[in-house]
Structure formats: C-alpha cells, structure tokens
Design a protein around this ligand. Structure first.
Ligand SMILES: [Zn+2]
Length: 267
C-alpha cells in the first residue's frame, strides 16, 4: 500500500526507520516489518531527525489537583474569557486517572523525542503535584520558543462513544500566525494515530475527529503550532481498556513522535 501522502513529507517507512533507530515502539515495528538491521546501518545524522528542535509537551491536569479545589477554581484569563485554573481531569470506570495516563504518555513521548535529538520542555515535572494553571502551561511553552507542542489529554464522553479527537486553535490575536501550521500538525497527528494505534477516530465528538476550540487557554495563548489531543474516551469500556495499557500508551507516544517528525521535517 502507498505509505506516503506526498513527496513533500517523509515516507512512513522512513519515519518508522527513525523511530526504530531511536529504539522506539518495538511492537509497532514488529507489526510493520521494518528490518532492524537496515536501521542500524543508517548514518548517525539520520537517526536524529529532530536535532536542534525544541518540542513542548503539556500533560493535562496533575495527580494531586483533586486535593485543592480552591486553587483549581480560581479564575485565569484564557485569552478570550475568564475560566478556572484547571480541573482534576477524568478517569476510567476502574479509577485509572486521566492525569496518570497523560503523564505516562508524555514520559514515553519525551524519551522518544530526546532519542530523536530534540530538546523537550514539559509543563509539569511529575504527576504528584498541583497545577500549574492552563494559562501558565501555555506560557511555559511559549517562553521556551518550542517549534511545536502537544497537549495530551483523554476525554470523558458518553459511555457509548469511542475514539480520539484533535482539538485545534481558532485565531484570536496571540495565536493568529500559528493557526495554519497547527491545523497541518493536527492532520499529521490524526494520520499517525490512525496508522499506529488501535484507537479509532472519535464517533461522538467533532467532525472526523477534528474539533475547533476557542475556549482553551492552551490553544488561545499559543505562539507556536499546537493541538490538544483527546487520546480516547475514558468513559467508554473499549477505549478505557486500551488507554490503561502501558503498551498502548507507548504506541500513542510513538504515533505522536511520528507526527512531530512528519510536521518538522516536511519540506
Ligand atoms: Zn483533560
């Protein structure tokens, strides 16, 4: 099957080779049959396609947010309106928290990106704290002058609904210059999630897994290309069963790394 969507993007096989060279996503590679030996023969420079790049990762919420409702509820300016600092995030029916899921995917992604040569900026240092607020998270990544950033979340939707959704910014002033590249990055994330993970496109939210949002600080205040991904619906039994698995979290991280490579190495 044709793996590439155009000459301007690195082929999926080449992206997989980069991921393999970085020692990533072994299950993914086994599934696609990329030969490890051919990857090891690749020159060193081709193993670090993200050298010199700065990538921002915002793992949504925080593990102890639930302990401080007054802090969570204090109002911040999100670029268009006042809203709460943050929320606790959701959880699966079995009690696996979104904050933990977001953090685990972020850690796998961070490790992948560093192996690929990037510098990674995180919005929180662990999953045992409170905050920061969503506007502060946006500022941390803006000040780092990241080349591209991703907000990692999982959704609480109707229990019958499945799938991932890409939340995209709407022009509001501060983010005007990054709307088009953010939408392009969103398409890359959409494509790699479909290709490399078992999570389907959302059947209950947005259109074909895309949603424009003008009410989120992370998207309103961004000065670099950024999207927010809801990696699945924690309130759906099938999605929840996937999202709690470390192997699935790794695959989602690999899909996000592949999207970042596609986005930043497009010519
Ligand atoms: Zn969330």
């Amino acid at each position: 099957m044709g793996l590439d969507h155009g000459a301007s993007r690195p082929g999926s096989r080449r992206v997989l080779a980069w991921l393999a060279a970085a020692g990533l996503a072994l299950a993914l590679l086994a599934a696609t049959g990329v030969a490890a030996a051919s990857v090891r023969r690749a020159p060193a420079s081709s193993r670090t396609p993200l050298a010199g790049k700065i990538i921002g990762i915002d793992p949504g919420h925080n593990g102890l947010n639930y302990t401080d409702p007054a802090f969570l509820n204090h109002k911040i300016w999100n670029g268009r309106e006042w809203e709460g600092c943050d929320t606790t995030g959701t959880q699966t029916p079995g009690g696996y928290t979104e904050a933990r899921f977001n953090w685990n995917v972020a850690m796998y992604l961070r490790a992948d990106l560093i192996k690929l040569g990037a510098r990674v900026v995180m919005t929180r240092p662990d999953n045992h704290g409170i905050g920061p607020c969503v506007n502060t998270r946006a500022r941390i990544l803006d000040r780092a002058r990241a080349d591209v950033s991703i907000d990692i979340h999982a959704d609480y939707g109707p229990s019958s609904g499945r799938g991932f959704a890409i939340l995209e910014p709407v022009a509001d002033g501060p983010n005007d210059k990054v709307i088009n590249p953010a939408i392009r990055f969103g398409r890359d994330v959409h494509a790699t999630m479909l290709r490399y993970t078992k999570v389907p496109v959302s059947d209950y939210y947005g259109h074909n897994g895309y949603v424009s949002r003008n009410d989120l600080a992370g998207l309103n205040l961004t000065t670099m290309p950024k999207v927010l991904i809801e990696c699945g619906n924690m309130n759906n039994g099938s999605d929840a069963a996937l999202l709690v698995q470390p192997s699935v979290q790794r695959m989602i991280a690999a899909a996000l790394a592949a999207a970042i490579i596609r986005f930043l190495t497009a010519r």
